[in-house]
Ligand binder design. Structure first.
Ligand SMILES: [Zn+2]
Ligand SMILES: [Zn+2]
Length: 253
């Protein structure tokens, strides 16, 4: 299974528009972060997790020519706003399967109501196939995907386990019975926003504590804000098996 980090930044991305913060001005390509998303590829299949405002550029940058579907962690703008840009896939492949909790599907229907028009639909509007997911495993072409439920302040969000790989973002608290589902995972990706605490995201310390709870072979941090610091400096502080993810990083699990 091949994982590509399409974006590793928090909701505003790095650099932030108009910011003079040193991290936003950094020349290191690893300090430039689009909004979070990953590409998961195995066999002939390609899935995307989340579809934020940078989706179009991310698909071009990764040279992604077809997708089999999009899984959503939750409905925040930085995770859904790129959905209109599925059009090239829709025109070539037909309706694009999406997978999300029913609350998230409802919000997508509201934001992209023109996808769902039944009469006199604008011919350029795309269409999706809605797949409602609950907090129980489901199959994608024979591969079992296990949702992991966590809390993002008051909002429930899903992370996903694909065999030995798990991807969790926008988490603040995760119950033990959900952590149990991550047992034996080799590579874990988890959000780490910044150094100081935040009401709806793990800060660095909480992310490292969560990694200890799960105890994977390796972990990568994502959904990073400029306030976490420079990539290379933060990496120096991390345990040997923990890495800051960066845009375009590819890993094989
Ligand atoms: Zn987010
Ligand atoms: Zn969020």
């Amino acid at each position: 299974m091949k994982i590509t980090f399409l974006g590793t930044g928090t909701s505003q991305g790095i650099p932030i528009i108009g910011s003079n913060h040193p991290v936003c001005l950094s020349k290191n390509p690893k300090d430039k972060r689009l909004r979070v998303s990953i590409l998961v590829e195995w066999g002939n299949y390609t899935y995307v997790v989340d579809c934020g405002p940078d989706f179009r550029y991310q698909m071009l940058r990764a040279n992604c020519k077809r997708i089999d579907g999009i899984l959503f962690t939750h409905e925040h703008s930085d995770h859904v706003l790129g959905l209109d840009d599925i059009r090239p896939f829709y025109f070539r492949q037909g309706d694009v399967p999406i997978y999300a909790h029913k609350r998230v599907l409802k919000e997508i229907k509201k934001r992209f109501s023109y996808f769902f028009v039944t009469e006199n639909k604008y011919p350029g509007a795309p269409a999706v196939i809605e797949n409602r997911i609950k907090n129980k495993p489901f199959l994608l072409h024979g591969l079992t995907v296990v949702p992991i439920k966590g809390k993002h302040a008051e909002l429930s969000v899903f992370g996903f386990r694909f065999k030995d790989f798990a991807y969790l973002t926008d988490m603040k608290t995760v119950k033990n019975k959900e952590v149990e589902k991550l047992k034996g995972v080799k590579v874990l990706v988890v959000n780490a926003l910044r150094i100081t605490p935040h009401r709806s995201h793990f800060n660095l310390e909480e992310a490292l504590q969560f990694i200890e709870r799960v105890n994977p072979e390796k972990a990568y941090l994502t959904h990073i804000s400029h306030l976490l610091g420079f990539h290379d400096e933060v990496q120096e502080l991390l345990p040997d098996n923990v890495f800051l993810a960066y845009d375009e990083l590819q890993i094989t699990v």
